[in-house]
Design a protein around this ligand. Structure first.
Ligand code: AKB
Length: 313
């Protein structure tokens, strides 16, 4: 059966690539992109677009009714570093947009929701290596607190009202089509741009800051496969751990040097170091692998090759 999909936050780092992929899969006219601002040319020209404020319930409801939307992917959020600067704005955006979408599903105006969580749900007391699905969380950032609360609400809406909501805890995402904005893991994208432009990069994290990361193609594949799994197979209604690779700034610099031998990196840690230090260094995603067949494809060197090749163009 043909379905109609709305992506909220379609012009961001994940939203752009998700929209393009969903349009390939379900047809351009059936995938409505929306955001508070217009996006890049390839996104804007590939299908319908609506200017939409994710915190405005009536505006979201109008778009849902107008296009007879079946599924929403809610990708609008304020990320970790920016959220530390604007805690109340981050809370307002991250929580209210989620409530609006969950309530539309509760009222049966849509039938399925994807909402992204993050490794930021974990905190300084969480076991750092191979962080399990269920463990101590206690996030210490505004963004992490909003994602942790969001997970609890998703689970609640599923149990109480039968809302079909699905989620993964994204690690840092690496992509070349759209820049990330305001995250702690953004260095792993900036570094490729600077390597090609200037041959050097000043990193805002320490050399040994190991974090979970993933190439965007893997992240999009994970997202769409989770949304396609039959509902009874989705056992976790908070959010699934999801793992791609783990590396630190020194490793990524080494990987870049295989292509650009003169590349150099220096370190000037700032407030984002404390955020990174509170997060896991690797993730155990056994449940995602067992329950819906998750398998990552990209390691660090493959990611570097793809990033440099595409950014050079
Ligand atoms: C961030 O750094 O804030 C995000 C995330 C890990 O959720 N990329």
């Amino acid at each position: 059966m043909q379905k109609t999909i709305l992506i909220i936050g379609a012009c961001g780092q994940i939203g752009t690539e998700l929209t393009i992929e969903l349009r390939k899969k379900y047809g351009s006219e059936n995938v409505i992109a929306s955001d508070i601002r217009e996006g890049g040319e390839s996104l804007m020209q590939s299908g319908p677009f609506e200017l939409l404020d994710a915190t405005d319930y009536s505006a979201v409801e109008d778009v849902v009714m107008h296009y007879e939307i079946d599924e929403i992917y809610l990708m609008a959020a304020m990320l970790s570093a920016t959220a530390e600067k604007f805690p109340m704005r981050a809370w307002h955006l991250n929580m209210n947009s989620l409530f609006h979408v969950l309530n539309l599903a509760k009222e049966k105006k849509i039938s399925k929701v994807f909402w992204p969580s993050s490794i930021a749900v974990f905190g300084p007391n969480t076991p750092k290596e191979n962080t399990p699905q269920n463990t101590i969380m206690e996030p210490s950032t505004v963004y992490g607190i909003s994602k942790q609360s969001g997970e609890r609400w998703c689970e609640y809406y599923n149990k109480k009202y039968g809302v079909d909501v699905r989620s993964v805890r994204y690690p840092g995402l690496i992509s070349w089509k759209t820049m990330p904005g305001g995250g702690t893991t953004d260095y792993a994208v900036d570094i490729y741009h600077e390597a090609l432009k200037n041959g050097n990069y000043e990193c805002f994290l320490r050399a040994d800051t190991q974090l979970p990361m993933m190439y965007m193609d893997d992240a999009i594949r994970a997202t769409i496969s989770l949304m396609e799994v039959p509902s009874e197979n989705v056992k976790v209604r908070s959010s699934y751990n999801l793992s791609g690779m783990s590396f630190n700034p020194e490793d990524i610099a080494g990987s870049i040097k295989k292509h650009l031998p003169d590349f150099s990196i220096s370190y000037a840690p700032d407030f984002r170091q404390e955020i990174a230090d509170s997060w896991p260094s690797s993730i155990d995603d056994t449940l995602a692998r067992n329950e819906w067949g998750w398998q990552p494809e990209y390691d660090l060197d493959q990611t570097t090759a793809e990033m440099l090749e595409n950014l050079k163009k």
